[in-house]
Write a protein that binds this ligand. Sequence first.
Ligand SMILES: Cc1ncc(COP(=O)(O)O)c(C=O)c1O
Length: 421
Amino acid sequence: MIDLSNAKLLDKKDVLSKFRSLFYHQENELYFDGNSLGKLPLLAKKTIEEAVQKQWGEGLIRSWNQHWLSLPSRISDKYSELLGVETGEIIIGESTSVRLYQVVYALLKEGSFPKHLSTDILNFPTDIYILHGLEKSFTIPPLKIISYKGEVEAEIEILKASIKNNPGIVCLSLVSYKSAYLYPMKQLNRWASKHQSLIVWDLSHAVGAVAVDLKETETIIALGCTYKYMNGGPGAPAFLYINEEWHSKLLNPIQGWFGHQHPFDFSKKYEAANSIKRFASGTPAILSLLGMEAGIDITLEAGIKLLQEKSIQQSEAFINELIQELVPLGFSIESPLDHRKRGSHVTISHPASWQICQGLVAGSDVHPKIIPDFRPPHFIRFGITPLYTRFEEIKRVIEVLKEIVKTKRYLKFPMKKSEVT
Ligand SMILES: Cc1ncc(COP(=O)(O)O)c(C=O)c1O
């Protein structure tokens, strides 16, 4: 068990501690939901404020040439560096949901893989909805949703058998949103390739907290959102990676002018750009792009390997405390205990999870507000965000969880759920 002074010592020794000051923090509040919406980088606020005044207010249309046209590629290149791919293999824009639709549609049309879609029960609902929607647009077998014993871990042998028996396009989230289960990416990519299949990886819960090397893992297509560990801001544009060999084969089903080879020729005939830019459709969301750049810059400066190391160290400390202090009080740990199978959030459950969660968020006269999140039916997720989470905060969470349950303070809170949990 780490005591408070020990936790403070670990914070002192933390080589990444200086990055915390680059974010906006509130007094008396411990934020453990960076796996859902990352904190505001102070530079993002300044950049957006200045751009609104100078680039939009004063520069107006001239700002396209001066500042904005080059912006999506500049940010895409930074994501290429983070994910270990060549510049020009990533495009930023749209949401993860839209990117998934575009790319799976393109793969189905292209036809290199059997026209069969599958995913698994651990995947995030939007991915499953998008795949079901695509299933209706093509004459293909129903979407296969692979099930396992529970909703915590994938059973790799079942997953592999399913790919072998139903080859085609498989969509998986590298880190599962409920339990943080982390898939063996390279092993699965190789298996898929051996069985006429391709895995489209959703990295939303991994990017910025888990070191992902898309080349080393032999990944062909990956996408994900940038508003979690990447601190890009609410609704920040998603990234899409397509291995260069596939650029000329895949066509964007939403062939808008920004995906044209020469958008400003205003030609009547669509001619897809001969690069990943063909996956652009309409005008990029400039303010959102400006807001997301500080996040990727900070992550690159901190270094993803160190971030992952700290995430593991903090998650292990948290889990050890949970086992000793909270499991005896009726909590269960829902995330894998082996760090090689876990992303950067730790999920717990309790019969009164929702009320406990509200108790944490409300704080008390003697305790700070603690912000995790809740996912049905009874999961409380704590995002370990190595850019700004402190060991001291982890220790405080344990104390408050103990207090809420021992004193039954949670009984003051309603059992009825609010809309955003
Ligand atoms: C795995 C995963 N995919 C997709 C999304 C959301 O996608 P979008 O950016 O389209 O809202 C989330 C959001 O939490 C997610 O966890």
